[in-house]
Design a protein around this ligand. Structure first.
Ligand SMILES: C[S@@+](CC[C@H](N)C(=O)[O-])C[C@H]1O[C@@H](n2cnc3c(N)ncnc32)[C@H](O)[C@@H]1O
Length: 288
């Protein structure tokens, strides 16, 4: 058993119960320009024909990618339950949808022009291995475009929810806590460069975008309660958290019942260098 097994077992069990949780929680979120975070990522790889979605979940991003004609699409995910939903999307009838680990991609070298990953890279352990695998399956000059979570914007419902959630987790038995997921370096530009550079990628282009999830208190709760941390909590703890959250956002709720809620996503795009990476020690890279 590898050290990542408990994390991956947790993710599989969580998504067996909630196979569409991410699209349900974040699909309706909108950036200031009106696009969803899925649409933004899709636009980042416009013109790429062969595209892989790493940690594709129930296939919403792949469905958006399929709107560009002539594309060859592939998706990979640990969760067979999420993939079953992706397979039901008519637009993905031709897509290669594989259950598997990003650390061991079941694709040949140079199979793709682009790889996208929406709120998934940040969950992956052995991240150097993932970077090496993505570099292997991308053609030289290929693009990796990913969205990773960037926390609350501040002064709104998501920030308040996170404060309440922290308290709930502290009070919960250890058996109701999730395993540490992923590698923190994926959440910063410098960290991601440290991971991707040795695999042959040029420095990342990094952008932070606020995503608006405001709505009725029920809609906002539906979004924030999709976080992994709630999975192992018992029903009573979740119910206490829900009640506390509803009370906590009362003073920021507008007279027409609108609760402001937003989170940040970090959008990272990196291009695989044309030349194959050296097999020896990696020389330090300068950044512009
Ligand atoms: C938060 S969900 C995002 C799903 C989808 N990308 C979306 O945004 O709707 C993260 C997904 O990454 C998958 N995942 C996490 N680690 C993985 C790994 N090592 N290999 C393949 N999939 C992985 C999970 O199973 C899960 O479906």
């Amino acid at each position: 058993m590898t050290t990542t097994a408990p994390q991956e077992a947790f993710l599989q069990a969580f998504h067996a119960e909630y196979p569409a949780v991410t699209t349900e929680a974040f699909g309706r979120g909108r950036a200031p320009d009106g696009r969803s975070s899925y649409e933004i990522l899709c636009d980042r790889v416009a013109g790429s024909t062969r595209v892989l979605d790493l940690g594709c979940g129930d296939g919403l991003l792949l469905e958006l990618l399929a709107r560009e004609p002539g594309r060859q699409l592939a998706g990979l995910d640990l969760s067979s339950h999420s993939l079953a939903l992706a397979r039901r999307r008519p637009a993905l009838s031709e897509a290669k949808l594989e259950v598997g680990r990003a650390q061991e991609l079941p694709f040949a070298d140079d199979s793709f022009d682009a790889c996208v990953s929406h709120l998934a890279l940040m969950l992956m352990s052995e991240i150097e291995q993932v970077a090496a695998e993505v570099a292997r399956v991308l053609s030289p000059g290929g693009v990796l475009a990913c969205a990773v979570g960037g926390g609350a914007v501040g002064g709104e419902a998501y920030e308040r929810f996170l404060t309440l959630l922290r308290r709930t987790i502290e009070e919960a038995p250890v058996s109701q806590r999730i395993p540490a997921l992923g590698d923190r370096r994926t959440r910063s530009r410098e960290g991601l460069d440290e991971v991707l550079g040795p695999a042959g990628f040029a420095p990342v282009d990094w952008e932070t975008v606020p995503v608006d999830l405001s709505g009725t208190v029920e809609q906002v709760w539906a979004a924030v309660s999709g976080l992994y941390d709630l999975g192992p909590l018992d029903h009573a703890a979740v119910e206490r958290l829900r009640k506390a959250f509803f009370a906590e956002v009362r003073d920021i709720t507008t007279p027409d019942g609108h609760v402001p809620c937003a989170f940040r996503i970090r959008l990272a795009t990196a291009r695989l260098r044309q030349a194959a990476p050296s097999t020896g020690p990696v020389p330090p890279r300068s950044r512009a």
